[in-house]
Write a protein that binds this ligand. Structure first.
Ligand code: AMP
Ligand code: ZN
Length: 133
């Protein structure tokens, strides 16, 4: 996609620090890291989010997360990870090309966990919500 910064990285028009690459995916260091080794893993096809990514690419994307994580694990030896992605404006997504954040975690780094992202469960019970499905 013409104006997409991550498509430009894939096209080699913007430099990056590649950790892992194959025919379908690219994993590179985040330019504004929130943790030592903060990495982004992206599909080479443009898709704004997972719902828009063709199913045929999903397996490759998760495989690339594993490959990049293996490399991070070997080199930086973190104590843990948070891995995930922001989807849509409400989810805090800034770059509209699906990217999976790999955040290495280190004991005592002062960070928190996924549960701290939001605490807005609504007033209905889980049972009531389940009925909606
Ligand atoms: P998000 O809020 O999930 O859309 O995060 C976008 C991420 O992309 C941020 O963590 C940025 O630091 C990162 N980012 C933006 N431009 C670049 C770039 N040229 N190279 C590496 N990371 C980038
Ligand atoms: Zn793109």
């Amino acid at each position: 996609m013409d104006n997409c910064i991550f498509c430009k990285i894939i096209a080699g028009e913007i430099p990056n620090y590649t950790l892992y690459e194959d025919d379908f995916t690219l994993a590179f260091l985040d330019i504004t890291p929130r943790a030592k080794g903060h990495t982004l893993v992206i599909p080479k096809v443009h898709a704004e989010n997972l719902l828009e990514l063709d199913e045929s690419h999903v397996k490759n994307l998760l495989l690339a997360v594993k490959k990049a994580q293996e490399k991070l694990d070997k080199v930086l030896k973190p104590d843990g990870y948070n891995i995930g992605w922001n989807h849509g404006e409400a989810g805090g997504q800034v770059v509209p090309h699906l990217h999976i954040h790999i955040m290495p975690r280190y004991v005592g780094d002062g960070g928190t966990n996924m549960h701290a992202i939001v605490n807005n469960p609504g007033s209905e019970s889980v049972e009531e919500n389940f009925k909606l499905f």
